[in-house]
Design a protein around this ligand. Structure first.
Ligand SMILES: [Fe+2]
Ligand SMILES: [Fe+2]
Length: 267
């Protein structure tokens, strides 16, 4: 799977979580109490997955395109600015969720709308600007050459997150998919993902543990995580690579793989 396909898959996954958040926003706009825990889980997931796994891949791809001389400095600078803006928006959303004494507020509605709209705008911008440049100028072997150390130089912020928050998020995604599938007379795609999956994420410290859980059927699909020759890890499903994780830290790789599966397009 090419880096471009991975980034596109991750955009689809993130778009699904934005749909979940928008479902809560529509409830608020209709005067119905929103699910604050669910929104907190979305905000936290957003901070972890795009922050740790998605944006670093984009930054590396942009750097590569610049080295090739096919991109000027403007686009990478604009993408980097948007990544900062989105992370600040995420912080505002978290503050709005924690504030107001638990009461629903116009401020929360406004910041949530902005969070959803700006993230959708950002992904659309990337899909129109540098994704086509990647398609045109980068090949699979380029990804192999990318500097993984750049990713690993960052301070590890891989603290043991409260896994129950992810369980709330996962349950909501599954419920939403089930409702949608019922509406369309289809089998829910999320059925294969067991709701208990987040119980042991916090305990995973090695790739071997991740693979043991996968082999025991406790992760969706026939998944396997393996170290790539050189640096980094690749997550496979049924022997086919579904995402690359650019890190030399195996705990971080196992966590990224779990987060990927929590949001992954299982349809
Ligand atoms: Fe991005
Ligand atoms: Fe992106």
């Amino acid at each position: 799977m090419s880096l471009l396909t991975m980034l596109q898959t991750e955009h689809r996954n993130l778009a699904r979580l934005l749909d979940v958040a928008e479902g809560e926003l529509l409830k608020m706009e209709g005067g119905i109490e929103c699910d604050r825990e669910l929104l907190r889980a979305v905000a936290e997931y957003w901070r972890e997955y795009p922050g740790q796994c998605h944006h670093p891949k984009e930054d590396l791809a942009l750097e590569k395109l610049q080295q090739r001389g096919v991109l000027g400095p403007e686009l990478p600078a604009a993408v980097a600015r948007e990544h900062v803006e989105l992370s600040l928006l995420n912080e505002s959303l978290t503050r709005a969720l924690d504030g107001g004494g638990g009461k629903q507020s116009a401020e929360l509605e406004a910041v949530l709308r902005q969070f959803i709209d700006r993230n959708r705008d950002h992904m659309r911008n990337e899909e129109r600007s540098f994704f086509p440049a990647m398609h045109q100028h980068l090949a699979e072997e380029d990804w192999e050459d990318l500097e993984f150390d750049l990713f690993d130089r960052e301070d590890p912020v891989f603290h043991q997150a409260d896994e129950s928050k992810y369980r709330v998020l996962l349950d909501a995604i599954l419920a939403m998919e089930e409702r949608r599938a019922a509406g369309q007379g289809q089998q829910p795609a999320g059925e294969e993902l067991q709701p208990g999956v987040t119980d042991w994420i916090a305990d995973i410290t090695t790739v071997a543990q991740f693979n043991e859980l996968a082999a025991a059927g406790r992760l969706p699909g026939d998944v396997h995580l393996r170290a790539k020759p050189g640096k980094g890890y690749v997550l496979e499903r049924g022997g086919t690579p579904i995402t690359t994780i650019p890190t030399a830290d195996e705990q971080r790789a196992a966590w990224c793989a779990c987060y990927f599966l929590l949001g992954a397009d299982r349809g």
